[in-house]
Design a protein around this ligand. Structure first.
Ligand code: ZN
Ligand code: ZN
Length: 353
């Protein structure tokens, strides 16, 4: 069993496509095939190595696990005995199941260690949505810079093909103990800055940090009836977590924009209706704009300024199916100027009292 890096074996970069891996494998397999190299032990060894590498890298699921192990395995592969890891079995017999059980086990060990590692930070953002969108629901888009794992080095911080070594100072733990009198403190290892690894040749894309800031566009689904200050959580869309830890969430606080005619109180909508004095006194029918379109409102005779008339069920319907009402607040316009005829009639009206 080889201890070589599978990418190196196939001579492909870490971000090679599945197609490129297949192509590289075919070329090498042809070159080192035992039929072509009879009695050549070195060619036979290479051929097995190539097959072993392709068994893993040629399968996207296995490759993913391999990448994870490669990235976080203590000090790359230097500290891990692959012979142990793969169970020492021949990769050509019973290879399928066992290797990945072991990958799982190696992963579980890391997860155990990472149990106390905090998940990624939550990202917070605020968006203002139009009144109608908040009432009826919809989707708004939001652009936000976010820290992401560097795709070039898959978070390792190391340039492709370069070695990542376990920090000799802390043995890979990332922490150093310091004694002061009767107490001892643990602090981040000064040599590796708490990473536990020493990168010889940093990844150029991220300058060795393993992360990059990427502006992402998020589609935020606004549930109907969301209130001003309501929060929406996009699970897993926050900052990445440490090795083995889940990412944080993106928490979006929704601000509801004002409307030129509608006011909102919970699920109820309120708007104004201005009547002249005669309509207020005599009653009338009026067309009222609601969220769902125009509705005819019957104004009873003698309606008072400030009185609210209800249009039942014409308010906001939320995602649970609850429905608010639409209230029409009455205003009465007192004429500032009267025609001669109007004056006469009003004077007559006054006398009739
Ligand atoms: Zn990188
Ligand atoms: Zn260290």
């Amino acid at each position: 069993m080889s201890q070589k890096d599978y990418y190196t074996v196939l001579g492909v970069p870490e971000d090679a496509s599945q197609e490129a891996i297949k192509k590289a494998f075919r070329g090498l397999a042809k070159r080192y095939h035992p039929d072509r190299n009879r009695g050549d032990a070195e060619a036979e060894r290479r051929f097995k190595e190539i097959q072993e590498a392709y068994d893993v890298l040629g399968d996207p699921a296995k490759r993913k696990k391999y990448d994870e192990l490669r990235r976080f395995g203590s000090g790359g592969f230097q500290g891990v005995d692959l012979e142990d890891l793969f169970g020492g079995g021949s990769p050509f017999g019973g290879f399928g199941g066992s290797i990945f059980d072991l990958f799982e086990r190696a992963g579980a060990g890391r997860r155990g260690a990472a149990r106390h590692r905090p998940r990624g930070e939550d990202l917070r953002a605020e968006i203002t949505v139009p009144f109608a969108t908040a009432a009826s629901g919809g989707e708004v888009s939001l652009s936000l810079p976010r820290t992401e794992t560097c795709t070039a080095c898959r978070g390792s911080g190391a340039a492709a093909g370069s070695r990542v070594e376990t920090c000799p100072e802390c043995g890979g733990s990332g922490t150093a103990m310091r004694s002061q009198g009767a107490f001892s403190f643990s602090r981040p290892c000064p040599r590796c800055l708490g990473r536990g690894r020493i990168i010889r040749e940093p990844c150029r894309a991220c300058r060795g940090s393993g992360t990059r800031t990427v502006t992402r566009r998020f589609a935020v689904r606004i549930p109907p009836g969301i209130a001003d200050g309501g929060r929406i959580r996009l699970k897993g869309e926050g900052e990445p977590g440490g090795p083995g830890a889940p990412p944080g969430d993106l928490i979006v606080t929704v601000r509801v924009a004002g409307h030129d005619r509608f006011r909102r109180r919970g699920l109820d909508i309120e708007s104004d209706l201005t009547l002249d004095i005669a309509s207020a006194a005599l009653g009338t029918k009026a067309e009222v704009e609601t969220l769902g379109g125009k509705v005819e409102l019957t104004v009873p005779p003698g309606v008072q300024p400030g009185q609210r008339l209800r249009l039942r069920g014409r308010g906001i319907r939320d995602h649970r199916g609850r429905r608010g009402d639409h209230y029409v607040r009455i205003r009465v316009r007192i004429p500032k100027k009267l025609t001669r005829r109007q004056r006469e009639l009003l004077e007559e009206f006054a006398r009739a009292r």
